[in-house]
Design a protein around this ligand. Structure first.
Ligand code: TRP
Length: 437
């Protein structure tokens, strides 16, 4: 359940629909599903095995399992770097969510009614302004840090166990509303009918990046979770459940958003603002009071889903520092948060005031997004599968997956074949092809 809470976050509700919309809908979804089950889920099993076998945090886990091949530690380091960049971007978007929650509850969103242009303008003015997004991300950062410092993870877990089902119910309500809008079938067709002519090489890489991001794999975070998993849990079954729930929620968000997009005469290709530009429209179509009510609940729950994910990314980073630098929990957390808030502020301003500053042809906001989805996780994922497929002895891996032979692991030959050959080859081909496309 904790891993589901970590996996389900902005990646499912904010990121999936806009990436899917950007790269062509149905065909993207199909490729995404293939990656989720054949690469993402296998990676989750790999990370769980590495974590549970070593009972250590990300970097230390690699040195524990391969004490004589210390170079593999670098895969863990790459994971930590990835987490660092991901949390910066995550806090920026979480800040937007927080700001929209206040706008919803104070009726500011409702005021705009179903004026599509006004809602769009409001979002672009807000997200490119300097002060408000940075203040919001700082508030969110403090919130995340307070939870970590107070050590109320149990409390948060209880809260998220209660609120996650509520989020699903709310998403279902939104699906019903979205599906009953005029012209809804066009949205469903877009999401589920695969038109391969729209799929590009970059789209395939984006699907891979999204699969890894959404499952929180390819950055060592699940190694930390793996190290907490009880010895008698079935790793295959757990991975299956986490993967299936995460995917289900992503698709649900697609069903809530696409029909509404088409019904409002919008295109889903506009990028990161999709949820923020379209959903207010859907809420406002429910009437003023109902609109305020649902919008407030939705953005609050989204902020909470983001918080549970952000906590686990921050935890991965501080755990690494505590283990390796002999820092206390409090100083490690404060250190990470300070550095992270600065990077997050740069990411936020990179989409607005500093959007003229380019790295590799992208402003800093988009550059971080590409780092987080296209470049870093696939590379770290490659290191992870190679490590478990070729470096750690097969017997050890089998032993861990079968709980020392007490549960059946009939899937093992397939798993091994995928992590030794299929996944590395796929990762290399996809990765190299982006550099030539
Ligand atoms: N999976 C999370 C989401 O969908 C985002 C995420 C990426 C994450 N990497 C992570 C969460 C590492 C926790 C730990 O929103």
């Amino acid at each position: 359940m904790a891993a589901v809470g970590s996996a389900v976050g902005l990646g499912n509700i904010w990121r999936f629909p806009y990436i899917c919309g950007k790269y062509g809908g149905g065909a993207f979804l199909l490729v995404f599903l293939l990656f989720v089950f054949f690469i993402g889920m296998m990676l989750m099993m790999c990370e769980f095995v590495i974590g549970r076998r070593s009972r250590h945090a990300t970097v230390q886990a690699y040195s524990t399992l391969a004490p004589h091949k210390r170079g593999w530690r670098m895969v863990g380091v790459l994971g930590i770097v990835t987490c660092f960049f991901i949390l910066a971007q995550y806090w920026v978007i979480s800040g937007w969510t927080l700001s929209y929650f206040f706008d919803a509850i104070t009726g500011r969103l409702a005021q705009m009614g179903q004026d599509t242009e006004a809602i769009k303008d409001y979002f672009s003015t807000f997200s490119t302004s300097a002060a408000r997004p940075v203040v919001c991300l700082a508030i969110f950062a403090v919130l995340t840090a307070v939870v970590i410092l107070a050590g109320v993870q149990r409390g948060i877990e209880k809260v998220s166990k209660l609120l996650m089902p509520l989020l699903v119910v709310l998403l279902l309500v939104m699906c019903v509303r979205s599906l009953t809008l005029p012209g809804a079938t066009k949205g469903l067709e877009y999401l589920f009918y695969p038109d391969f002519s729209k799929l590009t090489a970059e789209g395939v890489l984006a699907a891979l990046g999204q699969a890894l991001f959404s499952l929180s794999v390819g950055m060592g975070a699940m190694i930390v979770y793996g190290s907490y998993i009880p010895a008698d849990s079935n790793l295959f079954r757990s991975s299956m459940w986490i993967t299936a729930s995460d995917t289900f929620i992503a698709i649900l968000s697609g069903v809530a958003i696409f029909p509404a997009v088409f019904s409002c005469g919008l295109e889903p290709t506009g990028g990161a603002g999709l949820s923020f530009c379209v959903l207010p429209n859907v809420f406002n179509s429910m009437g003023t009071l109902a609109g305020i009510f649902f919008a407030s609940i939705f953005f609050l729950l989204l902020a909470i889903a983001a918080l549970t994910s952000a906590i686990s990314i921050l935890e991965t980073l501080s755990a690494f520092l505590i283990d390796s630098g002999r820092l206390k929990r409090s100083s490690a957390t404060v250190l990470v948060v300070c550095a992270e808030v600065m990077l997050a502020a740069v990411v936020s301003l990179g989409g607005g005031m500093w959007s003229h500053i380019h790295i590799a042809g992208q402003n800093f906001f988009n550059f971080t997004d590409r780092l987080n989805s296209i470049y870093l996780p696939p590379l770290c994922a490659l290191g992870t599968v190679l490590f478990l497929g070729w470096v750690v002895p097969s017997n050890d891996v089998y032993d861990e997956l079968s709980n020392h032979g007490t549960v059946k692991a009939t899937f093992y030959p397939l798993f091994r074949f995928i992590i030794r050959y299929v996944a590395p080859l796929a990762l290399i081909i996809i990765f190299v092809s982006t550099f030539f496309s």
